[in-house]
Ligand binder design. Structure first.
Ligand code: GRF
Length: 221
């Protein structure tokens, strides 16, 4: 199976995915075929290049200059082109791994029509800290004594930010006296595990769906 990974930053989750495909008995029996970033300087692009994985920098700025009066239109055409760029690779799965750009229906619809699954890693539990800076926001709530644990999840991507059906969640308990950095380091370690498990689950589910579809078609013949 073919995986396209979307990144915006250091790409440690991308690295976890790549490493999991390289074992002799791969934890993730798939191939990362393309890595796309919305940030030119994303170190994850270097990680991909180190493994001879093709990369693309999909830049929003030209779309903004083409649509100077409407950010919405700029994003719509950016997303539509991103969908085509991805579909050209004939992927089975798109993994958003530290991807910091809200994907609109003009991205989601073409992929849904093509039957391509999309999953996202988010460092919070379902419905708790949607959006950016989730770890820092959870840490603040813990310091105020309002929560005792946070977590990480892999969920399907829908138009509401971080609100898709969770595939996998892992709780992370806070530790007395822990700094934000120490919490982030612990959470990233959990991310690196569940992003691989989540991708494997999504691909297994996809294979089951495909099999059921084929069996159904055979019966109908
Ligand atoms: C993850 O916590 C992700 O949820 C957030 O940034 C981190 C990604 O790190 N957006 P990396 O780019 O995979 O190292």
């Amino acid at each position: 199976p073919r995986i396209v990974v979307l990144i915006s930053g250091t790409g440690t989750n991308l690295q976890a995915l790549i490493d999991a495909t390289l074992d002799t008995q791969p934890t993730l029996p798939a191939q990362v075929i393309h890595v796309i970033s919305n940030k030119k300087s994303a170190y994850g692009l270097v990680r991909a290049a180190n493994h001879s994985i093709p990369t693309s920098y999909h830049n929003l700025l030209p779309y903004k200059s083409l649509n100077p009066t409407s950010t919405a239109l700029a994003r719509e055409s950016y997303d539509a082109d991103l969908a085509q760029l991805i579909l050209a690779q004939k992927p089975d799965l798109v993994v958003c791994a530290g991807w910091m750009h809200i994907l609109s229906p003009s991205f989601l619809a073409p992929l849904a029509d093509a039957g391509v699954d999309i999953i996202n890693l988010h460092p919070a539990l379902p419905g708790e800290f949607d959006g950016a800076n989730a770890i820092a926001r959870a840490y603040e709530k813990w310091l105020q004594g309002e929560i005792s644990r946070t977590g990480v999840m892999i969920h399907r991507v829908v138009s509401e930010v971080d609100r898709g059906q969770p595939l996998l969640t892992r709780e992370v308990q806070f530790r007395e006296g822990e700094t934000l950095q120490e919490l982030e380091d612990r959470i990233h370690k959990v991310e690196h595990v569940i992003i691989v498990e989540g991708a494997r689950m999504a691909l297994e589910e996809r294979a089951r769906r495909k099999e059921q579809k084929e069996q159904k078609e055979q019966k109908e013949q």
